[in-house]
Write a protein that binds this ligand. Structure first.
Ligand code: 13P
Length: 336
């Protein structure tokens, strides 16, 4: 395993002011997003929308890496350049989602496990040849009554650790994403409890599987209340609970934490990150972003209106706001 190279990639991905664009929606998810804004969900439309994003001027200022889906990593820019090569030309690392989605967890109603270990090594070798230098695997954990079960947490943690080890053997930095969903009636306190359990188990499996922690990134949810719970919780409380959860469960060798946005509003995702980076204490890891919706939602709406330029401007605005939040320098006034 080339640990020096893994460390360099991981650290570059969370370099000051920078974060990741998650543009790795599966064909199914991307098609749903296009249909929701009235666009025919064809392969060419998925390409056009994404190529427009990837052509935005100077987005490398805020974006160190882009996570792609298998379809996209094989597509070309409008000028015929391979998409991953176009990114490399701008100093951006291409990344790739390597899990193949979730299935029902046998014997555990309402719980999911993620698949994708079959043939993973061979796929990683191919993606490396195509220019990819990092990967993503997303585990999905739901909170509902007594759920998640210990076996669901444990199974997903084992899979994440095995995935991470295989990617590292192939020279790719794994993003470990155990997402505790915001769907439900649960409180933020319950989200904290479950996320802590999930992270603790994930890192204990990483240890068992000899995952090289300075060469991984963690992509967790923030600690927020369920979307059907109406408790009043401030942005400051979200930031503080999130940092508490990470401090208690994430080893300091991990170079960076790149949050998912998970359905938060664009502004909440930026504001929460900003408060965490503004705290008086120095965190042992970089706190950054790997947002999908919170970087793209407004851009997609503009693109659907037939306005590629305003789509790029919307994307660049969210990128700039999150770039500022990396330094704790975002302010609500900058939004208008
Ligand atoms: P969201 O920021 O929209 O949650 O997407 C991030 C992601 O990659 C989920 O796997």
């Amino acid at each position: 395993m080339d640990t020096n190279s893994l460390e360099k990639i991981a650290n570059d991905l969370v370099a000051p002011g920078k974060g990741i664009l998650a543009a790795d929606e599966s064909n199914g998810t991307m098609s749903k997003r296009l249909e929701a804004v009235g666009i025919d969900p064809s392969e060419e439309n998925r390409r056009k929308y994404r190529v427009n994003l990837f052509s935005s001027e100077n987005y490398e200022k805020a974006i160190s890496g882009v996570i792609l889906y298998d379809e996209t990593i094989r597509q070309k820019m409008d000028d015929g350049t391979d998409i991953p090569q176009a990114m490399i030309n701008r100093g951006i690392y291409p990344g790739i989602k390597v899990d193949t989605g979730t299935i029902d967890f046998e014997g555990h109603e309402g719980e999911k496990v993620t698949e994708g270990l079959d043939g993973l090594k061979e796929r990683c070798q191919e993606y490396f040849e195509m220019g990819a230098r990092f990967t993503k695997w997303r585990a999905v954990i739901s909170i509902d009554g007594e759920k998640p079960s210990d076996s669901c947490v444990s199974e997903n943690a084992q899979l994440l650790a095995k995935y991470a080890r295989i990617c590292q053997e192939c020279g790719l930095v794994p993003i470990i994403e155990p997402e505790v969903l915001m769907d439900g009636l649960h409180s933020a306190e319950r989200c904290l409890e479950v996320t802590s359990r999930v992270l603790a188990k994930t890192f204990s499996e990483c240890e068992i599987n000899d995952v090289y922690l300075p060469g991984v990134l963690l992509k967790p949810n923030m600690i927020i209340s369920g979307n059907m719970n109406d408790e009043q919780i401030t942005r400051k409380q979200v930031a503080e609970m999130t940092v508490r959860c990470l401090s208690e469960n994430v080893p300091t060798e991990v170079p960076g934490i790149v949050f998912l946005s998970g359905g938060q509003s664009d502004e909440d995702a930026t504001a929460h990150l900003n408060i965490m980076n503004k705290m008086n204490k120095k965190h042992p890891w970089e706190l950054s972003y790997s947002y999908g919706r919170a970087l793209q939602a407004s851009a997609l709406k503009e693109w659907a209106k037939g306005s590629p330029e305003s789509s790029q401007l919307e994307f660049l605005k969210r990128a700039e706001m999150n770039h500022k939040a990396r330094y704790g320098e975002w302010d609500i006034k900058l939004e208008n």
